[in-house]
Design a protein around this ligand. Sequence first.
Ligand SMILES: [Zn+2]
Ligand SMILES: [Zn+2]
Length: 332
Amino acid sequence: MAAVFLVTLYEYSPLFYIAVVFTCFIVTTGLVLGWFGWDVPVILRNSEETQFNTRVFKKQMRQVKNPFGLEITNPSSASITTGITLTTDCLEDSLLTCYWGCSVQKFYEALQKHFYCFRISTPQALEDALYSEYLYQEQYFIKKDSKEEIYCQLPRDTKIEDFGSVPRSRYPLVALLTLADEDDREIYDIISMVSVIHIPDKTYKLSCRILYQYLLLAQGQFHDLKQLFMSANSNSTPSSNSSPGEKSTDQSLLEKAGLSESEVEPPEENSKDCVVCQNGTVNWVLLPCRHTCLCDGCVRYFQQCPMCRQFVQESFALCSQKEQEKDKRKAL
Ligand SMILES: [Zn+2]
Ligand SMILES: [Zn+2]
């Protein structure tokens, strides 16, 4: 009996298998569509897209105008003995005050004071807050909208050649930019900018660089000014502090310590192309790595930064959609 059945099965086997496979297909299709309805099942959707929407938070940003700009000219030639050249670029008449050998502890106490009550809007205010815990001070007047090169040097008679071994109790140079005209302080949220600058000396030869830049607001907050990393572009001008494969620009991101809302400087030029589609205008900053390499179209496909593979925790647009449309209309 069993033998007859097997022989019959063998004779009809091709048809039998086709029938089994077809039945299975119908049952599976019925189950899937029955379960999810005619809407496309979740398993067939782009999983990255759904995950991105839930994982990456768009940071709320507010644009503020920063009247101050400060850069080191020729960082490689700067040293304690030969001095340093700073380039300033300010929107209003300003004062540049340099404090050589500024006490680290007193400096942070001064920032705390600014936060609580004592606004640092003038060089005198910072001096009072520092209790004159610095070795030498010099001051320069900066005309508005003029890129000025200012040469600062410790006078020879101070006989300071280094600031001791690491960890140090003094910063080599703290540069304070303040608005010269009292009326201007009413216009801007940002009333001063402090830059902490490392300058190499005999004991610590780390190359000259800006360690921190803080923007001090009239309301008492202060923000750490950070640079954004834009993809290298063949026709962009070389930047003094570029690293292989990436280029820092003047565009800076402010990260507010302890506050959810952050602020950003308006982009000066945004003609750079997206690293993914090579076509769209770069507009998105990925956090925490600060790579600025994606356009509006591509940003939603990435939960990892395409440049450094770091997971994106938050992101924000340099220019909101509405503003971009406005720009486009202006261009037309
Ligand atoms: Zn793109
Ligand atoms: Zn990155």
